[in-house]
Design a protein. Structure first.
Length: 732
């Protein structure tokens, strides 16, 4: 690179590879390609939402040109190319599974052609303006090829033929009359089929796509062995539930063929915005729901807080029954508890969110009753109980309790004697000490409490970049509240900058080698941090372990069109390299590296692995890595600064195997992120941002949506009770 002929480093560097649109409309010889982008998306959709075998799917997609249909070998290669190796687990095995996937798809406000014209139908990305400011809700949207509105919708008035020139319909033949009778019988039977609910929901379809007329002809001949409702469903999937493609040329998907050195999952345009130093409503807040509703400001449907579900409207509407409190006030049991104490009260009672009697007393500020109950041996089974956000009763203490030093000291002294774990962290990584700082408790109170505990075990960063430390009280003249709130503001991170400096191959290798060197040293220094507050586990998730993958990561792999059989064998997705990553992981965990450590961006190692583990080759080792991490204590439902769980991040990055592994290990499929988006709503956002020339990117997001709504039992719009209720075990 330093030869005499080089005029500048920029001129001598290896050229960056560029992703060119795959599957152009014509080959060099002028013949149509075997696969185009539209046909690949249709194949993916039918594979993920129907029980049709692959060969039958190919016949459906090429129903108008059966001679041009790919063969069985080509079809198998294509589906493996789109969905990676062994995708059969993504394919619905029964009509009930198929029906569930389709029912949730029908509820999506963006997935059908007829629903894309309304502002309310558009899923919101983090960078979107307020709904009322969007005159054109889909300025970049287009239909898939082959879904012309002329063929599917009512034509303009002037295109109807006049009555006097309309040819008289020919009388039906005997075969047609028999077919009509069979169709009527099958439609009567189909009313109870798993697909009938989907068909009823799609009432906006025109008669040409709903009735018997729409299922006669070539498609019905291809699907002659299937019911009328099944054929209609397939037709709707092909014609109406198309890919909402957005040509956002400057975006970079987390599953793009070319990745940036700074992981694109950290700079994704569709990621939710960060929360303002604390989460919105948590299960502990529902114990004072009546107070919150009484003091809330008016909320309107068009406001941002309602859009993000950070208001009380949804909790007020959904929590209609509770052992303790609703928006209307205290239950009879709760009133009796506050008036007469806990003597004789059933302490095994918990509400729908896992809140116990201790949580209730703490949240209502009944610190005397709480201290009295903690002293008794009766509450030992629930002393360390956590609600569905990981909160103990100390996490939900009323603010008045935190501002009464004497009562707080007495309560903490009793909890210490009873072996209550004061270091328990909620799903945002916060202990009582983090909350004391967040609520602006006087520094001398904080220091007095901290003096009785080993802060070395408490001084861990939370999702909001707060680390409790014992500091002297500021001198007179300093606004303590102002400076303390300044401490809560996260510092700028390297990943927040979108500009990417030029990196040469040697520099790239040196950068990755330095990262691996730190990973190995972390075995001897488990508490050491790399850049951005990352520990050894974060770095292992981000590290590139093969030379070929380094070239790809930094854009130096120029041979983008090589055949699959000619792919490098030492990529990070290979079994060998994933085994190496697993060995390094085991070493770090055995050395005591914290699997729940938050970096300065507010992410845990599990989130980093869920976003970055490759899935395009070996399909067993990646899930095993995640399983080992969770088995070592990684909190599967931990949240980052934007309210995302590891499952949100896996879905946002199109990581199918990570998604399934997390759900199998207790991830909540109904969780919403900081923008108020459910898992399925998030896939809608990603689908809208999917680039039209990358069918694999589309297939990954469609796969996440289909599997989550089927085997994962996720719903389009989960209620507050589903979002924060007890996580049900999913058999998948």
């Amino acid at each position: 690179m330093n030869g005499a002929g080089s005029s500048s480093p920029s001129a001598s560097r290896l050229p960056l590879s560029s992703a060119s649109p795959s599957g152009s409309n014509n080959t060099a010889t002028g013949r149509p390609p075997l696969w185009n982008n539209s046909s690949q998306r249709k194949v993916s959709r039918l594979y993920l939402y129907t029980t049709l075998p692959l060969q039958k799917i190919i016949e459906v997609v090429h129903v108008k040109s059966p001679d041009a249909a790919p063969g069985k070998e080509s079809a198998n290669k294509k589906i493996n190319g789109l969905l990676d190796k062994e995708p059969r687990w993504l394919h619905p095995r029964s009509e009930s599974d198929m029906g569930r996937r389709l029912n949730e798809l029908a509820l999506s406000p963006t997935r059908s052609l007829s629903s894309r014209g309304s502002t309310s139908a558009r899923p919101h990305a983090a960078s979107d303006p307020a709904p009322l400011l969007h005159p054109d809700p889909n300025p970049l949207m287009k239909r898939e090829a082959g879904t012309s509105p002329i063929a599917l919708e009512v034509p303009p008035f002037h295109q109807f033929p006049t009555r006097q020139h309309a040819p008289a319909p020919a009388p039906p033949t005997a075969y047609q009359r028999q077919t009509q009778r069979q169709n009527r019988r099958s439609m009567d039977q189909d009313n109870n089929s798993p697909l009938s609910r989907f068909l009823r929901k799609t009432t906006f379809m025109s008669s040409s796509t709903q009735g018997t007329q729409g299922t006669t002809g070539s498609l019905q001949r291809v699907l002659a062995d299937y019911s009328e409702s099944y054929v209609r469903t397939v037709r709707l999937l092909v014609k109406r539930f198309t890919a909402p493609i957005n040509h956002r040329g400057d975006s970079l998907s987390p599953i793009s063929d070319i990745a940036t050195p700074y992981g694109s999952w950290l700079s994704d345009d569709d990621a939710p915005p960060t929360l303002p130093n604390r989460p919105y409503l948590l299960p502990g807040d529902f114990l004072i729901l009546d107070f919150l509703v009484l003091n809330q400001a008016p909320c309107f449907l068009e406001t941002e807080q309602h859009h993000k579900r950070s208001c009380l409207c949804f909790a007020q509407a959904d929590i209609l029954e509770s052992h303790f409190v609703t928006a209307s006030g205290l239950s009879f049991q709760a009133q009796h508890l506050l008036s007469n104490g806990a003597d004789g009260f059933d302490l095994s009672i918990i509400d729908s969110f896992g809140n116990s009697v201790l949580h209730f007393l703490a949240a209502r500020g009944a610190i005397n009753l709480l201290t009295q109950l903690v002293r008794s041996d009766r509450c030992k089974p629930i002393l360390n109980g956590r609600n569905t956000a990981g909160q103990t009763f100390l996490h939900v203490l009323h603010r008045n309790c935190l501002l009464d030093p004497m009562m707080l000291f007495e309560l903490l002294a009793v909890t210490s004697l009873k072996k209550q774990d004061i270091n328990t962290r909620d799903h945002y990584g916060r202990t009582l000490f983090h909350l004391l700082l967040a609520d602006d408790v006087p520094r001398n109170t904080f220091n007095h409490i901290a003096a009785n505990y080993d802060l070395a075990t408490c001084m861990k960063r939370d999702a909001f970049n707060v680390t409790p430390e014992n500091q002297p009280e500021p001198s007179v003249g300093v606004d303590r509240i102002y400076t303390q709130r300044m401490d809560l503001d996260p510092p700028p991170s390297e990943s927040q900058f979108t500009a990417m400096p030029e990196v040469y191959p040697d520099d790239a290798i040196a950068k990755e080698a330095h990262l691996v060197e730190f990973i190995r040293s972390a075995k001897d220094m488990p508490n050491a941090e790399y850049s951005d507050g990352r520990n050894g586990l974060h770095c292992l998730a981000a590290a590139t372990l093969s030379y070929s993958s380094i070239l790809r990561k930094y854009g130096y792999d120029n041979d983008q069109k090589r055949k699959k059989s000619q792919e490098p064998r030492d990529l990070d997705s290979s079994t060998e390299k994933l085994n190496l990553r697993l060995e390094l992981l085991d070493g770090l965990l055995q050395a005591g590296v914290d699997p729940n450590h938050y970096d300065s961006d507010g992410n845990t190692p599990l989130m980093a692995f869920a976003a970055q583990l490759p899935e395009d080759d070996d399909y067993k080792m990646g899930p095993e890595i995640l399983y080992r991490l969770i088995s070592a204590g990684a909190e599967v439902n931990a949240r980052n600064r934007a309210g995302e769980t590891a499952l949100h991040i896996a879905v946002r990055c199109g990581r199918k195997l990570a998604m399934r592994t997390l759900v199998r290990n207790g991830a909540n499929v109904h969780a919403r992120d900081g923008a108020g988006r459910s898992m399925l709503e998030l896939t809608d956002v990603k689908m809208r941002g999917s680039r039209g020339y990358n069918p694999k990117e589309y297939a990954h997001f469609e796969a996440c949506r289909a599997w989550l709504s089927g085997k994962g039992m996720a719903v389009q719009s989960p209620s507050v009770l589903q979002e924060w209720g007890q996580v049900a075990k999913v058999n998948c």
